[in-house]
Write a protein of this length. Sequence first.
Length: 100
Amino acid sequence: MVAEISDRIRDRFHTAKNQIEEVQDKVVHSFTDVREQVRDQVNDVPKELRGAWARVVARLWSALDVPSRRDFNALVRRVDALDRRLGKGTKKTTAKRSRS
């Protein structure tokens, strides 16, 4: 009885392993096909459009660039120092930031 259960488990394991290997081979083959299709499509795009797209992506990333808290605090300190120097004796107060 134990040997029979062991044989069933072994058979199911080998069946599952073979199915996974088949699926893996299919995925690799499909990925290779898709990669070649994309590469062909990219090569068909005129160079001017590729350059224009690269510029659009670069501008988009620069617009989405968000400074870190450290960079922001450094900028606040520089603006406050500049404000004090330009104040020439007039007392100006700057709004205090709340820490959240």
